[in-house]
Design a protein around this ligand. Sequence first.
Ligand SMILES: CC(C)(COP(=O)(O)OP(=O)(O)OC[C@H]1O[C@@H](n2cnc3c(N)ncnc32)[C@H](O)[C@@H]1OP(=O)(O)O)[C@@H](O)C(=O)NCCC(=O)NCCS
Length: 150
Amino acid sequence: MPDISVRNMTVRDIDEVLRIDEKITGKPHAAYYESKVASYISRGPDYCLVAEHRDHVVGFVLGDVRGWEFASELSGWLEIIGVDPNYQGQGVSRILMNELCARLKRAGVAIVNTMINWNDGDLIDYFHANGFERGEYVNLVKNLAADEKQ
Ligand SMILES: CC(C)(COP(=O)(O)OP(=O)(O)OC[C@H]1O[C@@H](n2cnc3c(N)ncnc32)[C@H](O)[C@@H]1OP(=O)(O)O)[C@@H](O)C(=O)NCCC(=O)NCCS
């Protein structure tokens, strides 16, 4: 495993974070991503982290603490985690995830939520491997375009 360190993300890291995102997805990032990352950093600076190898950003996680919509208790959220494809499979996300969870625990939250596509079996396997289980809530969607046709 490479020598990886973790620190708080700053706005100066946003370009590197988006570079990793582009490497993962193979497409240019959407214009609003930059402000989205910046708003996470300003809301929860202790829960937005980068992993570095030799002063080079190789992974990131964006997290948050907020009230779960239907209960008063605060919950942790893992919005997105990403690792440079050249560094995947070497424990980088494990280090980021462990640090995020340790910080969330210190903040007093008992539960960490994340949202993924139910059809993405690979991602479900990944989160299972990292201690996540299916939660109690299900998301419902209303198709506004279909609504217009009625
Ligand atoms: C998913 C991702 C973050 C994993 O990062 P990584 O650094 O390669 O993962 P790690 O090497 O730290 O693996 C941590 C654990 O997850 C497991 N794991 C990693 N990828 C997995 C996968 N695709 N399916 C199942 N388990 C997986 C590993 O086996 C390891 O478990 P172990 O310690 O019990 O062996 C990385 O592949 C990535 O950036 N993917 C694209 C973006 C993405 O899908 N992000 C998640 C949604 S927000």
